[in-house]
Design a protein around this ligand. Structure first.
Ligand code: TXA
Ligand code: MG
Length: 342
């Protein structure tokens, strides 16, 4: 039986912290997506995460901490660059990987020499992390391969009866996962695009590169999770990138080729151009030129179409720039790379 806890009292927060320390699974809210938390120093507790999610066992976990001081026992050293990144972007949607200390079990890192660390920009989450007193390993709280949850109800849908508690703090503000970076003394490599953009990182570190696997699909990604199909809705999806006019006319052409109702994930601007078509079940997820607004509702919108019995999802893409890089990375995976540029 999974219990949802809203507006926790101090006693309830202590109870959740104790449950985590004792090896139980608790879903935690963050500013990006909901996490599936377990004691990050307890290999058996982390085993439960892999079982609950059906997650491939080579895919390492992010350890969540309440502040940058807490990483000290978990790493062998904190370089100036790592300290600068933490000072600038924590708490926030930036995950850094650093060489791990012996305290960190191999179960957390999938046997890799580095551990991924993140301090979420979410007060209630940090209050729970503080009380737990141990780093909390937490992947997104979805069944592997499905869209990530951004509400407690979405977590409940996937994790009902698989975990002890869900700490409900409403909708996540960002809606897309953190940026994962590998930190070296003189450069930073982006392994997964996310809430912090390349340009933001370039403001503080002179050399910022994308992992070659993000640019060339034939190379092995440094973040093991990036090789898996992810974020997939229940039906096929095609993404169209272009102006609202280009997107609307392409949606009409594509819809002529299939039977049944079609789910359309569109900006308000494109919605105005297609709303007359009765075959389209439309869901607006933000404004055309505002990637932040589109990211906030992206996963929620994909889950919404799973309930609607559509035969195909047509989604409007965004410019591959700034925060749009993170959204297009998720859209590429959700659509198995069915992307049309207009
Ligand atoms: O926003 C987020 O990061 C959310 C919230 C809950 O904090 N968490 C999240 O975790 O997205 P997950 O497990 O769904 O994705 C973690 C990513 C995976 O691609 C994984 O392969 C990579 O980070 N990763 C974790 N540890 C790593 C390591 N030591 N080296 C390289 N990549 C690592
Ligand atoms: Mg995930």
């Amino acid at each position: 039986d999974t219990q949802i806890i809203t507006n926790p009292s101090d006693q309830e927060l202590d109870m959740l912290a104790r449950a985590l320390r004792n090896g139980e699974l608790v879903s935690i809210p963050t500013e990006t997506v909901y996490g599936l938390g377990a004691n990050g120093l307890d290999p058996e507790a982390m085993d439960k995460i892999y079982t609950a999610k059906g997650r491939p066992s080579d895919n390492p976990l992010i350890l969540h901490v309440p502040n940058s001081e807490s990483i000290k026992p978990l790493v062998t050293e904190v370089s100036n660059t790592a300290q600068l990144l933490m000072d600038t972007f924590w708490p926030g949607p930036l995950t850094i990987t650093l060489p791990k200390s012996d305290l960190v079990p191999d179960r957390a890192t999938g046997g890799l020499p580095r551990v991924a660390l993140r301090c979420p920009d979410h007060e209630l989450c940090r209050a729970l992390l503080e009380r737990a007193g141990v780093p909390i390993a937490a992947p997104s709280a979805n069944i592997s391969g499905r869209p990530s949850p951004t509400t407690a109800q979405d977590v409940y849908h996937d994790m009902k009866d698989r975990i002890s508690y869900i700490l409900d703090a409403g909708s996540c503000t960002i809606g897309v996962e953190s940026t994962v970076v590998e930190v070296h003394d003189d450069k930073v490599i982006i392994l997964r695009p996310g809430g912090i953009t390349k340009a933001q990182l370039e403001n503080v570190v002179s050399t910022v590169e994308y992992d070659t696997a993000l640019v060339n699909a034939n190379t092995k990604p440094k973040a093991p999770g990036m090789k898996y199909t992810h974020y997939a809705p229940d039906v096929p999806m095609t993404v169209v990138v272009g102006s609202p006019e280009g997107v609307a006319s392409t949606f009409k052409e594509l819809s002529a080729e299939v039977e049944g109702p079609i789910g359309c994930l569109v900006s308000h601007e494109t919605y105005d151009l297609i709303k007359g078509d009765t075959r389209f079940i439309c869901h607006c997820f933000g404004h055309h030129s505002d990637a932040l607004s589109l990211g906030h509702d992206f996963y929620k919108s994909l889950l919404h179409f799973n309930e609607k019995h559509v035969t195909l999802i047509l989604a409007e893409g965004v410019d591959d720039d700034g925060f749009g890089v993170a959204i297009m990375n998720r859209m590429e995976k959700a659509s198995s790379h069915h992307i049309i540029y207009k």
